[in-house]
Structure formats: C-alpha cells, structure tokens
Design a protein around this ligand. Structure first.
Ligand code: PEP
Ligand code: MN
Length: 373
C-alpha cells in the first residue's frame, strides 16, 4: 500500500474482498515499521498463480503489486521489486544503507568490566553494544553466562552511558520474558536486540517465539554448518511470525578449510544477502577469526576481516572487546582491548568511505578517460 494507508481504509477492504473472491485465496496483513517510513503489505495466500495483477493495480491506495516467489516470502527482495525499508528502534535506524558498530563483551562477567567497556564506547561516541548474558557453551562445565541476575546492572549501566541498543543472545524463549521484565523494572533505560546464535539457527521453536513478539528486534546469526538458503529459510520463521525487524549476521562457517581461523570467513556473502533479502547485514569478525593473530603488515587478522566485510557493504559489525581479556570467562583470546577501539573505529571509517566512493562510481556514468589500472 502507499505510505500511511491504514488496513482499515474502505478501499483496502474492497481489495481484500476482491482477493478473497478468488477460490481458495485468503489474505494476511503485515505492517513494517521501516526506518524511513511504515509499510502495509497485504499478502494473498493460496494458489495465486492464475490471479491477474491488473485489477489490483487499479486501486488508488496500491503502490505496487508484486508476484512473490515461494522462496523467502517475507524477507526476500523478489528481484528488484521490493525496497529494503529497515527499521528504527529506540532511536537507532538500521537498514541496508546505515552503519553501526556493536562492540562489547562476549559474556558479561563483572559490573566493573562491563562499566569500563560501556564507558569506552560512550567516550568514542557509540550508542550500540553487545553483551552476552545467556551463553550457549560447547561444554556444560564452562561458564554459562550470568543470566537474568545481571540484567539489572547491565541495563542500569547502559542507561548511564547512553547505550541505546544492546545485542544480547537468548538460548531459550523464557529469556525473552526475563529481558522484557528487567527492562521494564529498570525503567527502559536502553533497548535490546535479541540475538539468535549460530547454534540455534535452526531451533524453529525459538525462532517462532522471537518472531511472534514484535517489541524487540532480532539479530539472526547464520547457521555455521548449513547452507545460506537454509539459514535464510530459518530467518523466514522469525519474519513470518510477524517480526520484520531482523538483522542477518555472518559469522564464519565451521570447516577445517578455514584453519587457522576459528571459522571460514564468509563476508563475501554480504552483498549476496543484501540482494536476496531486504535485511540489513551484520558481520562478526570475532567469532569468524577467533584470535588476535597479526599479519606481517601489522594489522590484526580481526581488523583485516572487519575491513573485508565493511568494503563489501556491511551495515553492522559485532565485535568482542574486554578490558582484561586474560581474565575473560568466555572467548578472551579473540577479544580486542579497549585501547584498540579508537583504532578500529578509524580503520572502519577509512574502509566505509572507500565503500561509499566505490558506490558513487557505479552510480555515476563512466568517465571517458578512465584507466583500468
Ligand atoms: C556470540 O556472539 O557470543 C556467539 C556465541 O556467537 P555465535 O553464535 O556466532 O557463535
Ligand atoms: Mn563468544
């Protein structure tokens, strides 16, 4: 529908009647609160192959009639027909053109370490962070995260340091309620983007649960051992449940062919996901690279991998930091130091500028005297 057309409008009701007059066809509304505008979409479900589009195009309030292929019905772009509207949450706009850095601790351990981290973010002008509270660990004997008991101080400190959005993984649907309750109890000083970790990428019940709530946006991490198509279908569970505020995160694939990196870096899929879906794309260099190894040129592999994602048009970077990585209870070896944050920001700025300059060149007509070297 055109911008600001309500599903209750009389003309929209006539469209629904027309659609449902075709045998076996039912309709469903989806509201998308985009970062630049809100969209109302009316879905025709059933065998719609023989239904002509022209009678629908004649309605004044209809912006576009799109024939949807079966694949990725809710998150897909379906050729060039659908725009990627993104979303706005707690004052942060996230879409396929925006860029945000989400540095933070892999796992919250102490109040002191978290405060040092949030303070460093704030002094670098950042309002987006990561903080793991529920940790899915390979061994049951490893630190499992501090869970709900630390949420009050996590939210309090976020509010104190102006953090507007924290990416936070959940491993069970009951964590959704724990987070919502703690946010309300602390006076909503910040916002949470629910992270679905790679190990839960095909936990369909969890995906349905986060999709059925529309309060909190979702950061979906690609499954580490499944195809991209399977991950996109999994993500479709979230969107088809009703929650369209999704960021798709690449975090490397599990294979020994990626050695010596922890996972095989898959950031060349940034433009692929942007082409196939309407979702903003995040990269996680920390869980891809998995260590602080340094290239002979002096840059850490982590910086190189980040740059590879950003030059490809990533919309967000999720990256592990810790004030004292030696003492971190989870993923210390891959954590960057707080004093490295300004350098990472500067490095990303340089690469993002280069990405924008590349875009300006494809948008502009080619210059006659252009050399290819
Ligand atoms: C994480 O971001 O803390 C994490 C566990 O990531 P992944 O699910 O990608 O392994
Ligand atoms: Mn981790």
């Amino acid at each position: 529908m055109k911008a600001d057309v309500s599903p209750d409008a009389a003309e929209v009701r006539r469209i629904v009647e027309l659609a449902e007059s075709f045998p076996g066809v039912s309709t469903e509304f989806h509201q998308i609160r985009g970062s630049t505008r809100s969209l109302t979409e009316l879905y025709l479900l059933g065998s719609t192959g023989g239904i002509p589009t022209a009678p629908f195009e004649e309605f004044q309030c209809v912006e576009k009639v799109v024939r949807i292929t079966e694949k990725f019905r809710a998150i897909g772009r379906h050729g060039t027909d659908l725009e990627a509207v993104g979303f706005e949450y707690n004052g942060v706009q996230i879409n396929q053109d925006s860029f945000h850095l989400f540095p933070g601790v892999c796992a919250v351990d102490s109040r002191e370490n978290l405060e040092a981290t949030f303070k460093a973010l704030a002094s670098n002008g950042l309002v987006t962070a990561r903080a793991g509270v529920y940790k899915p660990r390979t061994s049951p004997y490893d630190f499992q995260g501090r869970g709900a008991e630390c949420l009050p101080f996590v939210f309090e400190l976020a509010g104190k340091h102006g953090i507007r959005l924290i990416a936070m993984e959940i491993t069970h649907e009951s964590h959704l309620d724990e987070i919502q309750e703690a946010l309300v109890a602390s006076g909503q000083p910040t916002g949470v983007m629910i992270q679905i970790g790679t190990r839960n990428a095909q936990n369909f019940e969890l995906l349905k649960a986060v999709g059925q709530q529309t309060e909190l946006p979702v950061l979906f991490k690609r499954g580490m051992g499944i195809t991209l198509e399977e991950s996109l279908n999994a993500c479709e569970y979230v969107a088809s449940g009703g929650n369209r505020r999704i960021v798709f995160c690449l975090r490397g694939m599990k294979t020994q062919l990626g050695d010596p990196h922890r996972n095989f870096v898959d950031f060349s899929h940034v433009p692929v996901v942007k082409r196939l879906t309407r979702l903003p794309v995040c990269i996680d260099p920390s869980h891809s690279v998995g260590s602080r190894t340094q290239a002979p040129d002096g840059l850490l592999d982590l910086f190189h991998a980040t740059a590879q994602g950003v030059i490809a048009g990533a919309n967000a970077v999720l990256v592990d930091f810790h004030p004292r990585p030696d003492e971190a209870l989870c993923d210390g070896p891959q954590a960057l130091l707080l004093e490295e944050l300004p350098r990472l920001i500067e490095d990303i700025r340089i690469v993002r500028e280069a990405y924008k300059a590349r875009l300006a060149r494809v948008a502009a007509p080619p210059r006659k005297s252009q050399k290819t070297s």
